[in-house]
Write a protein that binds this ligand. Sequence first.
Ligand SMILES: [Zn+2]
Length: 90
Amino acid sequence: MDNLDGNVLAGPTSDIFGFDLTSSQGQCQFCEDIAVLGQSMVYGMPMGFVARCRRCGHVLMVIMEHAGRKSFSAQGLRWLRPSEIGGFHE
Ligand SMILES: [Zn+2]
C-alpha cells in the first residue's frame, strides 16, 4: 500500500488541536528517530489516518473519526513538540 503525503494530516490535526501539527517535531519511541510529523508515512483508513515512522515503520499516531468526532492517539511518540507552542522552527 502506498503511503500518503504526511501533510494530509494538516486538516484533521487542525480540527482537533486548532492548529496544524504537521510542522511539529516528534520522536519515535521505537527507533528514536526525530522528524516532523509531515515527514511520517501516512496511511488512510476507512475511519481516519495512521502515521508511521519513516525509519522503522512503527505506528506513531492514529487519528480516528467516529460519529463526527475525531480522536487522537500518539501511542508511538515519545514526545511531540508543536512549533507554535515551543517556539521551535525548522
Ligand atoms: Zn521509528
